[in-house]
Design a protein around this ligand. Structure first.
Ligand SMILES: *Cc1c(COP(=O)(O)O)cnc(C)c1O
Length: 376
């Protein structure tokens, strides 16, 4: 198979814009002409659209996914000395916000098949200081929400869904973000609903949480220049909101295209010595990333790079072994599944616009790699 002219990127953020260029430009120009550059009707319309999409009552736009998590935790009263249970196999922001509030991340190992928090290990991590659980729907696949919500209800804990990688994915027919007290989304350009800069959203059915988060996002104030709390400046930009609103009606079809391409990879790789993504029967993953696992990761990455195919590692260091968390006292071997995933997993290019030809090329090069090593 012939090598494409250009390198195949791991993700392509411009293609989607180009296919909706006219509509997006029109919406952005409308915002520019309106003079309303902070908050306003475009943000409110997009919030309503996201709430409807996620089947919840309220949605609150914020500056990014990290702030969505931070403001939610703070509004729930999580603070100094409180413990929050989560997974070490996620992007750093998930626990950064816990630490930012002087609370303590408590790490529970992952299920080696789904890469999500192993729900059978949560109970053992609960102490009298535990206040919340943050399941991360990693790579677009929902965590086992029924088990998590059950445990949380018995122990009076909050469940905050880190759904930054999973907008649109379904767990037993329910949208992610709608099952905990709150769900947090990111519109970082590479996410499944990607903006043209930073953006984030909190979704919830809780009116009290909504008003607290709204207050935090504008300097702890419900009435202009009257401040009842120390807050933040964390608003969703109306230009982002307007552009994202154009993309939202296409999100389900984008996610379907990701699912189709993931199925093609799965089928093409089934006879290779690779661990492929496992999709749970009760859920529909939106394949934020397509992750394979092999002890030959480094060789495979180099081989693909030599053949013009970009790959990525998500994530090379599990959070319990990060330098900044040395003081928490975890050591190598404590959370073996997360550590194994960090050393053996690899993301292949996957995005709705990945062409048939390029995907076939990637598949043939992966096959060729395994052939070449079996000869040695
Ligand atoms: C992207 C991401 C975040 C943070 O979102 P930002 O918009 O970049 O702040 C948090 N958690 C997870 C799992 C993510 O993938």
């Amino acid at each position: 198979m012939k090598k494409p002219k250009n390198e195949i990127p791991l993700v392509d953020t411009a293609e989607q814009y180009l296919s909706l260029e006219k509509e997006i430009n029109k919406e952005i120009v409308n915002v520019l002409a309106s003079g309303q550059y902070i908050m306003g009707p475009k943000v409110e319309e997009f919030e309503r659209a996201i709430a409807a999409y996620c089947e919840v009552k309220y949605a609150i736009g914020v500056a990014n996914g990290t702030d969505a998590l931070l403001l939610t935790l703070e509004a729930l009263g999580i603070g100094a000395g409180d413990e929050v249970i989560t997974t070490p196999f996620t992007f750093f922001a998930t626990t950064e916000v816990i630490s930012r509030l002087n609370a303590i991340p408590v790490f529970v190992d992952i299920d080696p098949d789904t890469y999500n928090i192993d729900t059978s290990k949560i109970e053992a991590a609960i102490t009298p200081k535990t206040k919340a659980i943050i399941p991360v729907h990693l790579f677009g696949q929902p965590a086992n929400m029924d088990e998590i919500v059950d445990i949380a209800e018995q122990r009076s804990l909050y469940v905050i869904e880190d759904a930054c990688q999973a907008i649109g994915s379904l767990y037993k027919g329910r949208k992610v973000g709608s099952m905990g007290i709150a769900g947090c989304f990111s519109f970082f350009p590479t996410k499944n609903l990607g903006g043209f800069g930073d953006g984030g959203m909190i979704v919830t059915n809780d009116a009290d949480l909504t008003s607290k988060v709204k207050r935090l996002r504008i300097h702890g104030s419900s009435q202009k220049y009257y401040h009842t709390h120390i807050g933040y400046n964390s608003r969703l930009d109306p230009i982002q909101a307007a552009a994202l609103h154009v993309k939202l009606p296409h999100l389900d079809s984008y996610n379907q295209m990701r699912r189709k391409k993931a199925a093609i990879y799965n089928d093409s790789f089934k006879n290779l010595p690779l661990k492929l993504p496992t999709e749970q029967e009760c859920s529909d993953s939106v394949y934020h990333l397509y992750i394979i696992q092999t002890p030959l990761r480094e060789q495979l990455m180099t081989y693909l790079q030599e053949h013009g195919i970009q790959t990525g590692i998500y994530y090379p260091v599990p959070l319990h072994l990060q330098e900044v968390y040395q003081h928490l006292g975890y050591k190598k071997g404590d959370l073996p599944e997360s550590e194994k995933a960090s050393t053996c997993t690899l993301a292949l290019p996957l995005y709705p616009e990945l062409t048939k030809d390029n995907q076939s090329y990637i598949i043939s090069i992966v096959r060729q790699f395994f052939k070449s090593i079996s000869k040695k």
